[in-house]
Design a protein around this ligand. Structure first.
Ligand code: ZN
Length: 255
């Protein structure tokens, strides 16, 4: 069986400018994600991509050889090229690639374009978070107990201005009393999207075994469905629909 080709895209700026972040993720948080994915999953091969790489890390050839794109961005969402966003959206809609947005990826251009949202939410101080498993039978919660604790994560809170998720997989509770829909699945076109809240750059969440397991499970869940892929290859009109839908989303993307 061929391996799932995962590309982990990271803005990779905080790690170069903030000492506390550099100390946690010296080669970038994307490198840590690659390391645990490849260590734990025999059927996954991972490529790293970063905003400051040539073609913003995603030349056509790389994108066309990506089954699942994992995205972490925060301070430079605006710098991501709109043409690249359209290509990512199209590939997801055509069922050729799954998309996983981590943490502040809720405001990334691809997440907003694919899901159809401004992605807005409220946030606050880093604190203890309990992640509740709301769908124990879902493939993404395999191996995850009824809840697990992150000693320090950035507070993200409701209201989270997103369309109702197709599946609400995890719920977050914070020690200040706030709650957040912290793990969400969307089906868009023939593709799959997962959003997962943990992963603030100054927190250790990507070293947590349960966070790692969730991301590993999500990669397997989000990988393209081969049957849908074949069907969609025979439907060129979908390409037009995707482009039109992207245009109509311009007015909901946030400055
Ligand atoms: Zn953050």
């Amino acid at each position: 069986m061929s391996k799932i080709r995962v590309t982990v895209w990271n803005e990779f700026r905080h790690e170069k400018t903030k000492e506390n972040v550099k100390a946690l993720y010296p080669n970038g948080l994307h490198a840590v994600i690659k390391e645990f994915l490849e260590a734990d999953c025999d059927d996954v091969e991972v490529t790293l991509a970063a905003l400051d790489d040539e073609f913003q890390g995603l030349p056509d050839e790389r994108l066309e050889n990506t089954d699942v794109l994992i995205w972490w961005g925060h301070m430079a969402h605006k710098e991501v090229d709109d043409e690249l966003v359209k290509k990512i959206q199209k590939r997801v809609f055509l069922g050729k690639m799954g998309f996983i947005a981590l943490h502040s990826g809720h405001h990334s251009k691809p997440f907003k374009a694919i899901v159809g949202t401004n992605g807005n939410l409220s946030w606050g101080r880093n604190q203890r978070e309990v992640i509740w498993n709301l769908m124990p039978a879902h493939p993404i919660t395999a191996g995850i107990p009824d809840h697990f604790v992150l000693e320090s994560e950035e507070l993200y809170t409701e209201p989270f201005y997103i369309p109702q998720p197709d599946e609400l997989v995890f719920g977050g509770w914070y020690e200040d009393g706030y709650i957040f829909r912290s793990g969400l699945c969307y089906y868009r076109g023939a593709g799959k999207v997962f959003y997962f809240q943990p992963g603030h750059e100054s927190c250790k969440s990507f070293y947590n075994p349960y966070v790692r397991r969730v991301i590993e499970n999500a990669v397997h869940w989000a990988k393209p469905n081969e049957i849908a892929y074949e069907i969609l290859d025979k439907c060129p009109h979908l390409l037009t629909a995707v482009t039109d839908e992207f245009k109509s989303l311009d007015n909901v993307t946030q400055d």
